[in-house]
Ligand binder design. Structure first.
Ligand code: SAH
Ligand code: SF4
Length: 365
């Protein structure tokens, strides 16, 4: 069977080159072609000899995601539906940053579906189909980078300079968030390898990447050790174990007290904060008492709270977003206590690209 070069770490690629009798620097060239110049075939690699390219074609492949659908929201958000090699599908969402035109955050998936089963989340309703491989996680970034490139990605070594000069309004992915489909810490090893590739091979800084979790405590601890300096987001969504157990069954395994302790112990560089996501649900977690409990829970943690009014799921159910006035009142209580609390406007809701709406629905409708 042919080796998928994207499945190899940089070290493994060196060994692969050694095994086929090539110099090690060839591995560096191939890394640059795949991860910087976003090559999708050996024919793109014009500084490798034709003989070597033909040899590679015989023993190796470069995997790619297949784009099935691209939807563009009126607010500029784009949702991509990709097919994997086994026919499974995942979604990635490109969200315009409010800091500067042409700059985007890419929201990527770590699993096909999700086993955690949060009551307010469409992905949770799918259940888990399978974990993504590290290369499938990274491939979302590569595929979207290629798709937003202003013209076919340069395929000669000198043309990347030309590209910069010619296209002033270049689109750029400045941040990556693991907030698409799946629970990253239920696929820790592959997510960890993907993080290494994004930073070491693609050149993203650790501070530009955020991993979001529903609260898998051992994952939080491992992230701190294995991938320090990557940002952490916690989907908190409730201030009592009773309510959290009801809307996020994972809380029965890792209750609030343990989760908050892990957050307190998470090492943060001086200017960084942990983001706490709080999906606001009418009559469930939106009271003034909830706001006050949240202040107590997060006391002493360098935090930022994102209040996300529930995005509706197109399915009948008793969960609703609260009236805007209630979300504002909630935010005010937090702000008066000196907390950073932002109401997150839903991006891409008209194309079902907002938080919690991803379900890779191309085939199943
Ligand atoms: N599994 C991870 C990452 C993916 S979910 C996690 O749960 O953190 C990304 C975010 O979407 C989470 O903060 C989650 O609370 C939020 N979310 C899920 N469903 C939502 C919905 N229907 N409306 C608004 N936000 C939602
Ligand atoms: Fe899974 Fe996150 Fe959705 Fe919960 S909110 S079901 S953990 S994807």
């Amino acid at each position: 069977m042919k080796t998928n070069l994207k499945q190899l770490s940089a070290q493994e690629l060196f060994m692969f080159m050694e095994r086929i009798g090539q110099k090690k620097f060839r591995a560096n060239q191939i890394v640059a072609w795949i991860y910087k110049k976003l090559a999708t075939s050996f024919d793109d690699m014009t500084d490798l000899s034709r003989v070597f390219r033909d040899e590679l074609k015989g023993i190796a492949v470069i995997s790619n995601l297949t784009l099935l659908q691209r939807l563009v929201s009126k607010d500029g958000t784009q949702k991509y539906l990709f097919e994997l090699e086994d026919g499974q599908t995942i979604e990635s969402v490109l969200i315009p940053n409010n800091r500067g035109e042409g700059r985007f955050t890419l929201c990527i998936s770590s699993q096909v579906g999700c086993a955690v089963g949060c009551k307010f989340c469409m992905t949770g309703r799918l259940g888990l189909k399978r974990n993504l491989k590290a290369y499938e996680i990274v491939d979302q970034v590569i595929a979207v980078k290629r798709l937003i490139a202003p013209k076919p990605v340069p395929c000669t070594p000198s043309s990347s300079r030309a590209l910069k000069k010619e296209v002033p309004g270049k689109l750029e992915i400045t941040n990556i968030v693991f907030m698409g489909m799946g629970e990253p810490f239920n696929n820790f090893q592959e997510v960890s390898q993907a993080l290494s590739k994004l930073t070491d091979l693609m050149g993203f800084s650790r501070r530009s990447i955020t991993v979001s979790t529903a609260g898998i405590v051992p994952g939080i601890q491992k992230l701190a050790v294995n991938k320090p300096l990557v940002n952490l987001a916690i989907s908190l969504n409730a201030t009592t174990d009773d309510v959290r157990n009801r809307i996020m069954p994972i809380n029965k395994k890792y209750p609030l007290k343990e989760l908050i302790r892990a957050c307190r112990n998470f090492p943060l560089p001086p200017t960084r904060r942990i983001t706490f996501e709080y999906v606001v649900l009418d009559g469930i977690n939106d009271s003034a008492d909830d706001a006050r409990r949240l202040i107590t829970l997060l006391a002493g943690i360098k935090s930022k709270v994102n209040l996300i009014p529930l995005n509706p799921l197109n399915t009948a159910g008793e969960l609703r977003p609260p009236p805007e006035s209630r979300v504002l009142a909630f935010q005010n209580i937090l702000k008066k206590a000196g907390m950073i609390a932002v109401i997150r406007k839903s991006m891409g809701a008209d194309i079902s690209a907002a938080c919690g709406q991803l379900k890779a629905a191309y085939k199943s409708g």
